[in-house]
Design a protein around this ligand. Structure first.
Ligand code: AR6
Length: 172
């Protein structure tokens, strides 16, 4: 199990994996942060594909091709906006990871890379989000041979250090 989970401090748009996950919003029409970076790197066809999907509820996921990205697919998921923690934020964030993984399996993805969903503009506390991300992924991998590899992509230093610490003390 240990060798199926990896931590990378990188720009997710540079990764040659089967699927990268986008931390999108309900409209799926692009935005700032990782969403903006993914749309810029994928090119305008991604926006067209997202327009056809017509939006996505919080906690769910949708898939498109990667177009000009090195990754085959983009899995768009919508994380919860942090509103104090009593508004289903934890379970919605967990659902983002699980629904993205289910789509990855459906599309036969061997490798998938996640950004730190909801921890930017959406304001989810970083350590709490990292714990949920790691536990959700490990629980899923225990029952599924695919995806073979899951990469947690940390862009900012704080998240990278948190994941290093938490993955180091996680029982796989
Ligand atoms: N590669 C990997 N991670 C990145 C990159 C990148 N190129 N750029 C930023 N991050 P955010 P959210 C990290 O704000 O909190 C958008 O406008 C960043 O350091 O992108 O889920 C959407 O359209 C942070 O840890 O997403 C939504 O409206 C993480 O990505 C809203 O923001 C998530 O930060 C979603 O907010």
């Amino acid at each position: 199990m240990h060798n199926r989970v990896e931590l990378l401090q990188a720009d997710i748009t540079s990764l040659e994996v089967d699927a990268i996950v986008n931390a999108a919003n309900n409209a799926l029409l692009g935005g700032g942060g990782v969403d903006g970076a993914i749309h810029r790197a994928a090119g305008p066809q991604l926006l067209e594909a997202c327009r056809l999907i017509g939006g996505c509820p919080t906690g769910e996921a949708r898939i498109t091709p990667g177009f000009n990205l090195p990754s085959k697919f983009v899995i768009h998921t919508v994380g919860p906006v942090w509103r104090g923690g009593e508004n289903k934020e934890d379970s919605l964030l967990e659902s983002c990871y699980l629904e993205s993984l289910k789509l990855a399996v459906k599309y036969n993805c061997n490798s998938i890379a996640f950004p730190n969903i909801s921890t930017g503009v959406y304001g989810f506390p970083k350590e709490r989000a990292a714990e949920i991300a790691i536990q959700s992924v490990i629980r899923f991998l225990r029952t599924s041979p695919l995806p073979k590899n899951v990469i947690f992509v940390c862009f900012d230093h704080e998240n990278a250090e948190l994941y290093r610490m938490l993955l180091g003390k996680t029982a796989f």
